[in-house]
Ligand binder design. Structure first.
Ligand code: GTP
Length: 170
């Protein structure tokens, strides 16, 4: 491909929803049951090659703990793409995700490519948030939606690939 695109991507969502795990699955192909909670934020890069372009992601993995909330604007400001993550086994995390979507819609970059992601799809027996519930909310708010599992890798590459394709077109 001829186009080189560098894009800032941010992950937001409640603590423990699997933001770091999704990034590590995508960047390193790894998963840990004992992933430590992020302090402040963590930075990763990854390159995805498409037919017409090479996308270099600058990924900001933010900390979900409430005490870090005030730092978030530094990371979502100027972001080309945002992934808002909840845990399908936690209704609280879904409510928190809705708050993030509202905050991004009010204060984020208006052309941001936004994904709502229900992670831990492998834990179906503990599910508290229905697939349709996530999908419906996303649809009503003009977001894209996927359920993922950082553990099994379900839809993880698809998520970043979808974002890359949108950035290529943008
Ligand atoms: P903070 O940094 O505190 O905001 O958390 P986080 O959103 O980055 O979550 P993290 O990636 O640290 O994952 C939290 C816990 O959930 C860890 O024990 C992970 O192993 C586990 N986890 C993450 N993704 C999945 C998943 O898809 N399935 C299962 N079963 N566990 C997961």
């Amino acid at each position: 491909g001829s186009k080189n695109i560098q894009a800032k991507l941010v992950l937001l969502g409640d603590m423990g929803t699997g933001k770091t795990s999704l990034v590590l699955r995508f960047v390193k192909g790894q998963f840990s049951e004992y992933q430590e909670s992020t302090i402040g934020a963590a930075f990763f890069t990854q390159v995805l090659s498409l037919n017409e372009a090479t996308i270099k992601f600058d990924i900001w993995d933010t900390a979900g703990q409430e005490r870090y909330h005030s730092l978030a604007p530094m990371y979502y400001r100027g972001a080309a793409a945002a992934i808002v993550v909840y845990d399908i086994t936690s209704m609280d995390s879904f409510l928190r995700a809705k708050k993030w979507v509202q905050e991004l819609q009010r204060q984020g970059n208006s052309s941001v490519i936004m994904f709502l992601v229900g992670n831990k799809a492998d834990l179906a027996e503990k599910r508290e948030v229905g697939n349709e519930e996530g999908e419906q909310y996303a649809k009503e708010n003009g977001l894209s939606f996927l359920e993922t599992s950082a553990k099994t890798a379900q839809n993880v590459n698809e998520l970043f690939y979808e974002i890359a394709k949108r950035l290529e077109k943008a």
